[in-house]
Write a protein that binds this ligand. Structure first.
Ligand code: BTN
Length: 249
């Protein structure tokens, strides 16, 4: 039997405030299609997690938002999508970078102790139903200078591999990889996905510094729970929700 035709589109935008805002506009206008992706050559108001800005040199990097239909998931299982998307990004990066790429909890993409990319997922609920997610992904590709104040820990594929890449080709590949992992989430026991996420976890079984309410403390990363909490151990076992703690690098 023939497979159904692939009707999703990959739209390339020259300049946009934020691909996430653009994709969100599509969702709110009722035109959302699962898998449609919006790629920008430039963002004027790129958004990072925790209300931070995401700056990116023009035409140098992947700036991508993918619309995903999340009605197969419940609102309390948002970490399932985070895990699948993170693994999609890791698989993508590992096909270009010879050395190990890791996930810094909850969803930063790390190469050694430096950040090669980040993910910002924004959700659309209708009542209690989780209908759509806009999955925003920024990957540093050809940029080699990062402002030291906010991006002192950034790195690009070019800095790692010593060559330029075609950002649009990579953007399409990333999109396919993330969508494949979302399909996988529908068919696979989440324990297996969680296991893969934990296997890719940055600083697993290492002592790290975390900051909570302005207090810095040391603890050992033991994994991430099925609800997405970071599990650590020092003189006692601890668990942290998203945004409850910050990493101190
Ligand atoms: C983070 O690490 O803080 C998340 C960064 C996410 C950046 C991407 S770039 C494409 C998409 N559009 C945005 O405005 N943000 C995300």
């Amino acid at each position: 039997m023939l497979n159904a035709p692939d009707t999703r589109s990959f739209v390339i935008l020259n300049t946009v405030d934020s691909t996430n805002n653009y994709a969100m506009g599509i969702v709110h206008s009722g035109m959302a299609v699962h898998g449609n992706a919006y790629f920008a050559l430039e963002q004027t108001e790129g958004k990072g997690r925790r209300g931070k800005i995401w700056k990116s040199a023009k035409e140098q990097n992947i700036l991508l938002s993918i619309i995903a239909n999340t009605s197969f998931l419940t609102a309390k299982h948002q970490f399932k999508l985070i895990a699948a998307v993170s693994l999609g990004c890791v698989d993508f990066l590992r096909s270009y970078v010879k050395e190990t790429v890791k996930i810094k909890w909850p969803n930063d993409l790390f190469y050694n102790d430096t950040k090669a990319g980040g993910i910002l997922i924004e959700n659309i609920f209708k009542g209690n139903l989780w209908q759509w997610a806009v999955i925003g992904i920024g990957i540093n590709v050809n940029q080699t200078e990062f402002s030291p104040d906010i991006y002192s820990h950034s790195i690009s594929l070019k800095q790692i591999e010593g060559k330029d890449f075609d950002v649009i080709t990579l953007g399409k590949h990333l999109c396919d990889s993330v969508l494949e992992h979302i399909e996988n989430l529908k068919q696979t026991n989440f324990e297996i996905i969680l296991h893969q996420y934990n296997a890719a976890l940055y600083q697993l079984n290492k002592k790290v510094k975390l900051k909570r309410k302005n207090i810095v403390f040391e603890t050992m990363v033991k994994g991430v729970s099925s609800q997405g909490q970071l599990l650590t151990k020092d003189f006692m076992e601890r668990s942290f929700d998203f945004d409850e703690v910050e990493w101190v690098l």
